[in-house]
Design a protein around this ligand. Sequence first.
Ligand code: ZN
Length: 488
Amino acid sequence: MTGRSTGRSAERGGAPGSARGTGPATARDTAPAGAGPAGQDRAGGTGDTGQDRAGGPRATVRATERDTAPVGARGTGPAAETGSAPAADPGGGRARTGAGDLLALVRSGRAVTRGALQQATGLSRATVGQRLDRLFRAGWLREGAVGPVGSPLGGRPSVTLEFDDTHAVVLAAELDTRHARAAVLSLGGEVLAEHTGALLVEDGPEVVLGLLGAWFAGLLPAAGRRAEEVCGIGLAVPGPVDGATGRVVQPPIMPDWDGYDIRGRLGRAFTEHTGADPVPVLVDNDANLMAYGEQRTGHPDCSAFVLVKVSTGIGAGVVVDGALYRGVDGGAGDIGHIRVGADALCRCGSRGCLAAVASGGAVAARLAESGVPAASGSDVRDLLAAGHPQAAALAREAGRAVGDVLATVVTLLNPGVLMIAGDLAGTAFLTGVRELLYQRALPRSTAHLEVLTSRLGERAGLVGAGALVVEHLYAPGRVEERLRALGL
Ligand SMILES: [Zn+2]
């Protein structure tokens, strides 16, 4: 089962365009740059195929491709269509006109009628119909409302097409050091049932992942869904993850998990507790998935998005052009262990790490030294919520330390949004971040920068994990693969 999924291909599938498809209404409304112009170019056209018209459709289709990626690159469909060239990929060689490509166009909102799909792909009406029929039979597509305007090809108002996000569900979980959160999500990212409970990562992967399997089994009936409807599982963990294997790599706060086969164990736990067939399991870093969830649902048009999670540890997730940026080894964004020159001992064994002076854990330790009962980032969060003045002062100081490091991050990436999330994310911490950030970073790199707190809050990681699974499974190449597996 584990072989069926790889984080890296999921990433490629997790595209700006398709990203919009599963988001909430706000995301969907922010429109498809590609679809409009192409459609308009041809508004005056008379014919029923776009095969001969070069400009518009090519441009549109290429844009789609960059998003949706050569996962299982393959030519599509019956020979009859291979001649319809507009979608030939100049780089990869795969014609971008398969059922998966049509689904991607619909999900992104770039083409939501049969006519618009013809235009975007250059396929004939009949061929689009055949492709769509496979998607209808799979239950992945449904007809929506009759469009407000007539078909761009002229004639009757056209029926819109929608991704049917009720045909399956996703399981998602986020591990923290001392508790975890698990949920059943719709394919559109809606939380259908959720459970939070104590769960110690130090108990090791065997125990923790086994328990998550049991949680999932209990959540499904609560969501009114069957285990057979689960199409995949996404897991957020507080450590660096190798995208190719889904294993954590030298994780400072989960040492027993180093190199462990998380996908395999969680997949088995799911089948053991539910009796259902194995499903793909995707694993990623928590800050990455929080960033992914927040960017897609709240800032889909932000092409450079950074989220910093400050809880027991400190980590950052980076989303560029709608896709997670993980770096070569999955280590991108691991800013908590940058040396900032202090002497404090870090959980990673080094001294002077940012996390050792500015994380929720570090602030809790400072509070405890002065007699305020606090042992973790969540304790600090509670104190901050209660307006504890010393906690606020320390949080602001921590914010300054993080802001100093973020000045470099912002200078390097020039993000449009810098989101602060996690236990310390609040006014005091944000004030400290801003103080140092604007002082140390070049004005040019902060001119259009928004520094915000999390919108999804504690659900960000779950939403991101669910989205990762959906983008993985509905990436065009994989759609083709899955339809064939269904005999369609
Ligand atoms: Zn460290």
